[in-house]
Design a protein around this ligand. Sequence first.
Ligand SMILES: [Zn+2]
Length: 358
Amino acid sequence: MRDNILNKNIKRNFISLTKNNIIFTVSVIVLIIIASALFLNYAVRANSGAENSDKSKEYIKWMEFNVPYSTLDKALKYDIESYGKETPLNWIEILAYITAKNWGNITDEKKINRDIDALVKDLRADKLFDELKADLKQYDYFFEAYNAVLNGYLGEYEVLEVVKDESDKEEWVKKYGLKVFSPIARGYGYSHYDDFGNSRSYGYRRKHLGNDIMGSIGTPIIAVEDGYIESLGWNQYGGWRVGIRTHDKKRYYYYAHLRKDHPFNLKLKEGDFVQAGDVIGYLGMTGYSTKENVNNITIPHLHFGIQIIFDEVQKDGINQIWIDAYNIVKLLSRNRMPVVKVDKDFEAAKKINMIPTD
Ligand SMILES: [Zn+2]
């Protein structure tokens, strides 16, 4: 009997113990489930956050601009000739298409120029560009890259022209074409060759990231494109230099080694807006010195650089992109701004009025 009672007590205790255990275990499991759910939710959110920030950092980190001159010329002609016509052709699309079609290898000018003719023939036969480029995996990359380089080059502008049959009367005539200028004013001689990537040794061993345009001291330097003056002053390497950023923020034009004592157009300061064709400064031989206003360059020349910026971190930091400007300078030689001397400065003799594209 006693044994029985004892047994019962033990049993009861055992049962209550088991009950407590079950309640405890269930509670723990529920807590674990809640905690896991919360953690997973957080983890997923954190992860998608990371994905988002990665996406914002997806920009083009490197590109080259190796389009041959004859190819630029051909695509440009097609674009200008077809403006306002039944099948308008966009030179940037044409260039991106043939580069993607040739997997980026565009050294064979004859072949790629034939590819351009074939593309134009197809488009004029009513084939759709979207379908033609559909299989070209690299098209979007090349379009974005070339668009960053050439976006501001073509557009509508007005030219002051003498009206035929009426004497001394001039009027503004709307046109479409190349609306960017050579950095060297009309009437001033210069020479240059493709020196991009050559080695330089002042300061540290590095590559030449521009095109040197040899000319005489004092040659008026012209703004290639519209933009804002982002930097103006002395730089150890560039000497007196001016840097101009385009509206779309994608291009930074760098003009360096300007003239000693009177390097810039006297009116200009950082932050100012300049128009394509404005006189911004004068060719010289300053630079290669930590001391200001020193001529340490042996041959007078304009160092002309074009930086392409897809993300602001590239401007002065990592993944900087400077492109070979030689063929571009050649192309720009078609538009050379005449200048006149006014007081101490030269001014652009403007008979051309740019119509903003933005
Ligand atoms: Zn240079």
